[in-house]
Design a protein around this ligand. Sequence first.
Ligand code: PFF
Length: 478
Amino acid sequence: MAHHSSSHDGTPSRENWGSRVGFIMAAAGSAVGLGNIWKFPYTAGESGGGAFVLIYLFFVIFIGFSVMLTEFSLGRKTGRAAVGAFKSVDKRWSFTGVIGVLSGLLIMGFYPVVGGWALAYIFKVGGGLLNEPSAIGATFDGFITNPLEPLYWMAAYLLVNLLVVAKGISGGIEKAGKVLMPMLFFILIIIAVKGLTLPGSGKGLEFLFSPDFSKVNGEVVLAALGQAFFSLSLGMGCMITYGSYLKKKENLVQNTAIVTGMDTAVALLAGIAMFPAMFAFSMEPAAGPGLVFVVVPQLFAEMTGGMIFALIFFIGLTVAALTSSVSLLEVVVAYLIDEKQLSRPKAVIAAGSVMVLLCIMASLSLGGVGPTLFDTGLFDIFDLLTDKIFLAIGGMFICIFAGWKLSKQELKQEITNDGEISFPLFNLWYGLVKYVIPVAVAIVAIGGILSGFDSGKGPIMILGISIIALLALLSKKL
Ligand code: PFF
């Protein structure tokens, strides 16, 4: 249960994960979500396929893994959530945590909208959506641009989130993750196998895995970096928060490897589940955000027994989204509990109220209602700001903080559990975190922003950078 008592020496004793498997499942549950099954395939499709996937994998291995290990270490070492972890070392660094909390709020400003679509699709598929394959695309467009219908589903989806997080760590998040994650894995494998048995599916594999570097520009590289951060739940202190509930005897390196591996496996599996079947049915790989909701039902409609598979798929998608948005909400809630001394239920209500407002505006923006900035609606603005700017830059600051504000010795002690665990690659990790990742992220971000001006996304990215600069300036007051 969620309770915060104080031990006699005044340090608060913290809630802990109930078990090792519970932690891994919750962290993997956070990582595996819409990012893997909705965003990864369509972004890969829009970004030209194989080259994007290769760059993405490169970033996962050399940046994602190291940042995740850094976040777990920071969280466990300080026993604090996103903001507190930095504040407890140096108050001037609290802006890094605040960027994270802001990212959590903004991602939760559109994530439950898409989560609501997934939830709605369980019922739409059950209600005969697949009976008329040619109408599926129009049905999706009509649905998401409708002012009211998506709002009901979003509200239902968000409510489940609030309830899970209100119940506390081992009571809610952990139990949900334990049951739902293995289920999702199983569902995706069934779908991938089904897709691969279709004639002509080989072209889809080729699209996903044979790189064509002529399609690569600064924006594609930044998209791959943003995707790696988003998909692994990095750069906003989510894994700091989860790590803060972790017991001292856990092996951080191993946990990081398992979570990174599972997340990457699910993203690739989602790609393998979608692209071969799409090519087999001669469908368009650059279908955009509607990919999962249009192409997947369409291809299931052409298979015998497709309705059952489609049903299982959308249940899996909803579940995967839930275990992720629960962690997004937890970042904001843990901040309000730790830094603003709210009770858990009050923190959940406060965070939830802001999120529901943001989501309403994001959902309406898809129907062309509401404010726009540089011709971009709020749904896309929230996505652009977080995925392309806040997460990567946040991750950069997390690395700079760990590398330059903490000593090599204390990091080594935390990661090796005071020398009990051997981590032969410690020096490589340390060099990446202290020097390579900050420089690499800065270069990729600059390149991405510059090339973003060609596609009209540049100004919003600059807005993101300005918000970060402002938070850094205000840091002492945060
Ligand atoms: N990793 C989640 C996904 O792939 O859907 C999204 C996410 C969760 C991003 C938590 C960031 C985060 F802190």
